[in-house]
Design a protein around this ligand. Sequence first.
Ligand code: SF4
Length: 352
Amino acid sequence: MTSTTAPETTRSPWDLSRDELAELLSDHPRYRVDQVWNGLYGRGLTPDQITELPAALRAELSEQLVPSLTLDTEQRSSDDTTVKQLWTVEGGSIETVLMHYPKRSTACVSSQAGCAMGCGFCATGQIGYDRNLSVGEILEQIVRARAAAEPRRLSNIVFMGMGEPFANYDRLMIVIDRLLNDFEIGARKITVSTVGLVPQMLRFAEAGLQVGLAVSLHAANDELRTELVPINKRHPIDDLVAAAQLFRERTGRRVSYEWAMIDGVNDRDSDAAELAKVAKRSFAHVNLIPLNPTPGWPTTGTPPKRIRAFASQLEDAGVNVTVRANRGTDIDAACGQLRANQEATPVEIRRR
Ligand code: SF4
């Protein structure tokens, strides 16, 4: 484990608030602030690429504001609909996944380098925690994804990459504010995924944004969930349900429960029955996701036929359910997997 804060020696151009930029440019005409801000956010340019600025100012800004991401590896799925990028950042590496659908393009963004939550089936959890990302490091992923998506429009952002977004709450909220106001991405096109940090879920609900909230549930009884998602010991399922209910009250929106289908672990009839009860109490939608295999996890995803039967059981119980397509299995597209394929050590899980 290294430091818990972003490096302070250099700042990404996207780290600065508009007020901080104005202060940095206080010796220049005021319209320079708009020029730089529009270059950074409207066109995704680094300061040296904003050619309407005088050369001396470009040089001055480029010395102080240095992009934080260096591309290490880029993989494309065989059908070219999924692009995975592994970036080197100070003291670690992070991943961004860009997914193209017929009517939208979505970037799945990292909020931390590594993750401290230790979910055993997750490639990032197997790596461990490095540090929180800065605002600029998170936004740069989106700037780069937007450029990589062209000529398509990057329309949706999901905070489901490496890390637990709510463990980096204050920076996450700044990033969301910039997405809404400077990238012009609508709140309903943004989703935050949490493993279930209840205090932050409650704060997020009280913020009243129309941003989507997805909770990685994966088990609907505390014993199994604590085994799969260790943070459940601190924030058990009843507390999660209460937070989901508050989110519904404050925003009018349902949370989604994410459920990675793990063969022989959480895909039995009894699991579906427990999930149906929890989902209904929470007014939640359920997303079933075939588990992407990871190098450090000895189990495999549930076969498609069993997933369909599980989904039918939920529907019969009155739960809204979607079976998600598994993107990019040919390019290590599960969260943290590109990096984990080099680093993970195997863990053990008991099959039931
Ligand atoms: S599933 Fe999410 S919270 Fe759990 S270890 Fe992976 S990145 Fe962290």
